[in-house]
Design a binder for this molecule. Structure first.
Ligand code: AMP
Ligand code: MG
Length: 335
């Protein structure tokens, strides 16, 4: 009897060992104004389904496409679609957490600078002051905004999309995959060999990587001045606007990377922390205690001077590349 059980166990083991590992499937698409790379281990049909979902979300969340859902909300007061409405509410929560440093109602100002159209210009002080009258998440009552106000979900759309794609992959039984939605990475599970995914963090001062973070079931989202900018009379103007001044944020940071299980939150926070700067962002991180109830995330900051700061959860998971020394990395602790 015992021999039969042992034989059966051996047979099961042999069968598992022989069953082929799920095949790697990958695709590259252009959506939401960026190149997106998806890679998963499993059924290729899931990739096609993911592409359809991204295309649907792109339409529903777009503020620039005259057929887009947010465009219609801004211009004709049409109700937001289900995903856009959900994301609107999530964005409002992130505005509250960050004191309005990330604020989807900043859109009229972003438009004036030309960041969504590519027709760049430097608006004058009076124009900015007039536009700021319409800006402010606290002026919204539910989905009702003051006359002339407009929203743009661009600061959270890719993180939200990565969350929905990761949910889809899980529902379809995928246990290993990686997506890079233009700087918004999400790592599902581990690599097929059982090791964690290694996600490169871009060096904001060059085209190379600053280092890597180990990632498993987390988003890794970076906001940086280098992502979109223009130059006028020798001055560089980048695309992340401080809603308090209506001008590109100058907080002493070159980039911020937020890592955590909630891609929407990480995306919103990376934008907000870029506006707030190191000290105020670190305060928010400290206020979110690692108690399982508070928002769960870690942060990597790169200052304008090239210093790297990581919150303590990244100790051991972040490895700088050869250009940087581990000694250059400062750790921010709660205690
Ligand atoms: P991200 O790349 O996620 O940091 O988002 C930046 C994009 O969000 C910009 O290209 C603008 O369209 C928009 N944006 C800029 N500043 C803000 C802000 N303070 N709050 C919300 N959205 C913003
Ligand atoms: Mg963002």
């Amino acid at each position: 009897m015992r021999r039969a059980a042992a034989l059966c166990a051996l047979l099961c083991l042999a069968l598992t060992a022989c069953s082929p590992a799920p095949a790697k499937q990958s695709s590259t698409i252009f959506a939401m104004d960026t190149v997106m790379e998806l890679q998963l281990y499993g059924d290729g049909a899931v990739l096609a389904e993911s592409t359809r979902l991204i295309t649907e979300l792109e339409k529903e969340l777009s503020a620039t496409d005259p057929e887009g859902g947010v465009y219609a909300f801004n211009h004709t007061g049409t109700e937001l679609g289900k995903s856009a409405a959900e994301l609107f509410l999530r964005a409002m929560d992130i505005s509250r957490l960050t004191g309005g440093a990330m604020d989807i109602t900043v859109y009229p100002v972003v438009l004036a600078w030309g960041f969504t159209t590519g027709q760049y210009r430097v608006p004058g002080d009076e124009e900015i002051a007039a536009l700021l009258e319409k800006v402010g998440y606290t002026k919204a009552s539910g989905f009702d905004l003051p006359q002339g106000a407009m929203i743009d979900l661009g600061a959270v759309a890719k993180g939200y999309t990565s969350d929905l794609i990761a949910d889809l992959w899980r529902q379809r039984g995928i246990s290993s995959g990686l997506m890079n939605l233009g700087g918004n990475v999400y790592a599902l599970g581990k690599k097929p060999d059982g090791s964690p995914w290694l996600v490169g963090v871009r060096d904001p001062f060059s085209d190379t990587f600053l280092g890597t973070v180990e990632a498993e079931d987390v988003a890794v989202v970076t906001s940086g001045a280098y992502e979109r900018y223009f130059e006028r009379d020798g001055v560089i103007y980048h695309h992340i606007i401080d809603p308090k001044t209506g001008r590109p944020a100058k907080s002493g940071l070159a980039s911020v990377t937020v890592i955590g299980p909630d891609g929407t939150l990480c995306d919103g926070l990376s934008t907000a922390f870029f506006v707030l700067g190191l000290d105020r962002a670190a305060e928010i991180w400290k206020s979110c205690e690692a108690d399982g109830a508070s928002p769960d995330f870690d942060v990597l900051f790169v200052t304008d001077g090239g210093e790297i700061y990581i919150t303590e959860g990244l100790e051991g998971s972040f490895s700088p590349t050869n250009d940087y020394d581990t000694g250059d990395v400062r750790v921010i602790r709660r205690g």
